[in-house]
Structures are given as structure tokens and as C-alpha cells.
Design a protein around this ligand. Sequence first.
Ligand code: ZN
Length: 319
Amino acid sequence: MAALTHGIHHVTAMAGDAQKNVDFYVGILGLRMLKKTINFDDPFTYHFYFGDHGGEPGTIMTFFPWSSRGMKGRQGAGQVTVTSFSVAKDALEYWIERLEANKITVAGPFERMGESVIAFDDFDGLSLEIIAAENDERSGLDNGDVPSAYSIKGFHSVTLLENNYQATAAVLNDRLGFREAGNEENRYRYISGDGSAGTIVDIIHQPNATRGIMGVGTVHHVAWRIADDDNQLVLRKNLVNAGFNVSPVMDRNYFHSIYFREPGGVLFEGATDPPGFTVDEPLETLGAHLKLPPWMEENREEIEKHLPQITMPGEGKNA
Ligand code: ZN
């Protein structure tokens, strides 16, 4: 049976202040603001999508900024505890300098499974890594002031912290089409497709790890790529038959989604590649205007009143 998922589609996390979130991911990491919209389940909260120029699945990091008053979370078991981006093999020095110039503490570089890794946190304490990937054919993002030769290419991998890795591994293997790709100490690697950057998930097995608490500075869920609606329905049926409690298909405007919790507690989403981010604005001006789903347009005035103003880094400059 052909695999129904193909690596990471997007990662969604909780942020504090909206402006600081934009400053970090657009201003420092050089991702593009792909879409400025709202949380469809909580319309007075933004939903920011950052990624490459066209919003390719595998590059998309999304946030719900809860404001600086948002409840702080705790990274721990049952969560995606690290999100890792991929860059060219000779780009790490550039990133160490750039992050440190922005007063961000960098750990590393250290070696992991044959690749060099640096680790740091965003302004809300969310754990991130940049990895000099061995096998990432994607071109860089080419946004902002990061030279394209050094720019982020998209995700390398996500790391899940689990009290019992076998149960989660079984879901990855049996339901989502991943396969084992080795381990290093208590880190177990799974890949889908050709195993290149963007198709990798690591599980850290730590039986006594404290459970995570969802809130600012934690990942809310990871979404896996699904080619289309038909494959999504097959995957949903398979999961339901295997006893998982799976949400109905939800229209997220830019993709269609199903959600279920894996046995270790991480919220998994299966998101379709189509229709993508140009469904409601042209490629050239993605992210420039607040976009609402059609069913919320009539409340635009009230929604806009409740959202904080944000400025894009480099706005007005010829970046
Ligand atoms: Zn999602």
C-alpha cells in the first residue's frame, strides 16, 4: 500500500506577543509572512503562517500569538519539543553570527547522526534548531536580508518527547507510512518518502520525562502532508478502524485537515497539500492583508478592532 503521508506539512505553536513573533520569524529567521489570518476557532487571535515564497508544505511554521498576557506553557513529554530547520552544509557559521548579533543564545554546533546542529529558542522560549542537512535539494527561502545561499530551506525534522516511544513509533510505522532510520542513544529516527529533510521525525524516549503543558512557547501540533482529499479519507478511515478518535475533515481554507492524538499525547494533523495559500490572494502579495474565511467576512470590522496592529520587519525598505 502506498504511504498516505509524505513528511511534515506544517508545525503550529503558541506565541506571546504578535509583533515579537513576526520580528523573530520574518526579521531574524527570514521566513516569509505567507498569511495573516485568524484562529478559525478563536477569531480574536491571529493565526500567522510563515514559510517559503510560495508556501510549500514542509516549510510552513504557524503561530497563534496569545499576546504577552498568554499563559506560559511547559515543554515536556507528549509534545513536539524541538522544531528543526534545514540549511546548506556551509551555512551554520552564518546563523551562529546572525543569531548572536540578535542577542540569541546559541548552543552548538554539535554532531547528530552525521549532521551539524545548532540549538536556540525563539522569544517565547520555543526550542528550535538549524541543521546543516546532508540531503536537502530545496533552494533557500530568499526573503528579507538573509543571502539565499545561507537561507532556511524549510523543515529538517521535528522531535517528539515520549514516555514510551514504541507506542508512538507504531503509529508512525503502521498508520502514517514512516519507517525506522536508526537511533543514537535514546533518539529514534523515522522517515517517510526518500528520508530527505522535511520527512524526518525523531522520538526521544524518556520514560520519566515530565508531561508538557500547552501554552505560550510550546508546539500545539504537527501536521503531516497528504496529497489530496481522497487520500485523506482513506487515512481517516484506516485510523478510525484502528480505534483512533479522529476529527471530521475540517476546512482550513488553505488545506483540509483531520486531527487525532497519538498514544503519547502529541496532537497529529493530516493536512492536504492543496489548495494552498494563493486561494484567496495572489502569490506576490501573500501575507499583506488580513484574510478571513468567507464565513467570517461579515464580522471583519469587529475582528480587526480586537487584533493588535503589527508592522513587518523591513517594511518600507527595499529588502
Ligand atoms: Zn495545523
